[in-house]
Design a protein around this ligand. Sequence first.
Ligand code: ADP
Length: 388
Amino acid sequence: MNVLVINAGSSSLKFQLLDTNTREVFAKGNCERIGIEGSFVGYTVNGEKKQLDVDMPDHKTAVQHVFEILKAVDKPIEGIGHRLVQGGWYFPESKVVTDETLGWAREVAPLAPLHNYAEADVIEICRDMFPELGNVIVPDTAFHYNMPERAWRYALPRDVVDKYHVRKYGAHGTSHRYIWRTVDEFTNHETHKLVSCHLGSGASLCAIEDGHCMDTTMGLTPLDGLIMGTRCGTVDPATVFYLNRVGGYSIDDIDTMMNKKSGLLAVSGVSSDSRDVRDGAANGDANCQMALDMFNYRASQLIAEMAASMEGMDTMAFTAGIGENSAEIRAAIVDRLGWLGVKIDPELNDVRSDDPRVISTPDSSVKVLVVPTNEELMIALDVEALLG
Ligand code: ADP
């Protein structure tokens, strides 16, 4: 089935047209600076890289450009899959777009206002422009929806939790689900307790037991858990009250500080990109070194926490920009888990490949893998399962 996958942000719209059978990607690209001066579409069609400098005052224009671009691909589009960052309390799995499911996407939008409103708008635009095509909503939170209550419930008053739907929702669920599927296949169904480590600009871990999410490190929003490119991860929630009352920061200031000005960027004082931080550390910058140390320290701590939520772990898988590419960070994280008997082979860790691979030693207590993620394919497979 030829599926168009759309991942809309407040000022961007990523797209990919792929075949779920052959897994061939016919076209992919990104509409950038939507609603901002200097908008353009960078894309690759039939293997050729191109850029289209066009006015995109809104998402509707962006969608029109995408469909115009896709005319160069001589393949009919048979369905559209939309990533939804926050599915809230409505989406235990992906769902076909209807008035009702679209309404749900909007109802839960206050939990992820920067993403959900734009995503819901784009879903509606696609449905209205191409009523003959089926559209499917694939929420990033769905995979975590049925984690045990002891994991999702916050120890806050029940009436508050119920009224405001305050709980752990997690994120990166589509990636963690893809990692489970791939690891399960790759290890011949011998994996039962997997810790999936999605380490990119945003980063989260997921404890997966026999395909079911048992816990994850992101919370009500993606701010919780690991240290990330610009997010602080877990801090004492009272930090917010203190900065507000004593520091004079508004709630919006603190929101921006914790989501956009913290993490690797804040500690290194150099960059949110782990490669710049690595280069800084290599040149003797102590703040860069501390940023890396903290990132690895927290990752190893939380991997052990995820393992504890399953009372064990037989496999770990690294994925996303850092997890797939940084042998140094993988080694530093696993090194801190030596007390659990986890060992990686430095030579295997240095191998570069686009395929899933083992990097642990034969005597390691836990199999350690590197598995390139593919959220677009996972979304497309959901579209096929629901519409195909
Ligand atoms: P997101 O999709 O969340 O924006 P990515 O999964 O693309 O993020 O990950 C971005 C991170 O991956 C950056 O910190 C970047 O430094 C890191 N990264 C990407 N490529 C490499 C590489 N070749 N070596 C080391 N780190 C890399």
